[in-house]
Design a protein around this ligand. Sequence first.
Ligand code: DX5
Ligand code: ZN
Length: 224
Amino acid sequence: MRTCRIAPSILSADFARLGEEVRDVTEAGADWIHFDVMDNHYVPNLTVGPQVLKAIRPWTKAPIDVHLMVEPVDALIPAFIDAGADIITFHCEASKHIDRTLQLIRERGAKAGLVFNPATPLSYLDHVMDRLDLVLLMSVNPGFGGQSFIPSTLEKVRMVKERFDRYEAETGRRIMIEVDGGIKAGNIADVAAAGADTFVAGSAVFGAGSKEGYRDVINAMRAN
Ligand code: DX5
Ligand code: ZN
């Protein structure tokens, strides 16, 4: 059976009730909570920081997947880990020393991942495979929820999957493939067939409006 982790993005949740939203979406079946951090520098939008992560941490036992859309990255990592991040991903272009940033995350006990924008070349993978727990392939340009899925992502997912299969055969270690942006019940099957195992969904899940709605969407996504 294929792995299918659903990671709702809090970007589309009700920020006035963030703790309850995180609890509700966890009870509705979310595997991870995706926490989008934007700095109005690396991306043209501004969201939340470690204090908000700390505030929501008690509301779920699910792993919290912190997606850093910030530049520079390194100075913020300890604060996010102390606040309860289980997974931290950052963008290839946002760190001057990718290898160092990956080490920093893992040394402090979190899982580490590299994020690829739609136009970021996969050559960034060349020398860091051993340091990666996951990659996050963006299927929209980062900065906003509710955008449309960019179809060329599918080919990119297939290329990464092939590469990670070979790597697993050589090393016995599986690197996860997460996809983020414009994923909904209607297109998740294509993304899964291309080889992704973890699916971020913001507007599709939280747009459903209630815990029952979240459950329906998450179940529909899982049934792909
Ligand atoms: C975009 C964020 C995404 C976004 C996903 O920059 O990284 O996580 O919130 O939202 P949807 O699912 O609405 O595209
Ligand atoms: Zn994200």
